[in-house]
Design a protein around this ligand. Sequence first.
Ligand SMILES: O=C(O)c1cc(=O)[nH]c(=O)n1[C@@H]1O[C@H](COP(=O)(O)O)[C@@H](O)[C@H]1O
Length: 227
Amino acid sequence: MSDPRLIIALDYAQPQLALNLAAELDPNLCRLKVGKELFTRGGPHLVETLQQRGFDIFLDLKFHDIPNTVAKALAAAQDLGVWMVNVHALGGPRMLAAAREAITGPTKLIAVTILTSMGPDELQAIGLPLDAEENVLRLAGLAHEAGLDGVVCSAQEAPRLKETFGKGFQLVTPGIRPAWAAKGDQTRIMTPADALSAGADYLVVGRPITQASDPLAALQRIHAEIA
Ligand SMILES: O=C(O)c1cc(=O)[nH]c(=O)n1[C@@H]1O[C@H](COP(=O)(O)O)[C@@H](O)[C@H]1O
């Protein structure tokens, strides 16, 4: 079975736009991410429709709540049959343990560490040490200890994480920006090829594809860059 490294973030306001793009894509070449905006608009039905078309779905709802609530939300995500789901590592060790217990099947469970949009100023504003990598390593340590499958991080942190937690601990990296794409609100970014060389297992790419005047051409360009 193919194991595509590319996950396309379907950050659309209308489910139909997501379905239109999906209709042009090959599930053997990419996976799809359904996040807060699209899920709030399209709901579980949209996830099911995309799965029926053969796509693995990363349900990116970044659960962050008390342990019981997170566990119940994850059970619901698992019932949907999604390929991957995430929680915030900042929810803490008890929440991560409850999350791990809630996932009993093949759904991959990963933890967001420090959002790729955050730089030193924002880390300072929320009272965390200024070095993003230091925070990511600490939070990834909590996720690893709780038995999660991996973390969401920036590709900049990938070498240290692979070195510390080993090959099997999966790294899902947003903040991917080809040299030709706008940075937008992302801070800790890397190109697709550099991210893979740094040790990323999966690349999450949204706007460089979804906001391109020709999304398929943008996707093909990225595929060519990482081939
Ligand atoms: O969990 C995520 O997917 C995520 C974590 C993170 O730290 N940074 C981050 O950008 N994301 C998501 O990854 C996608 C990145 O989209 P673009 O910046 O448009 O490529 C968005 O859907 C974000 O919600």
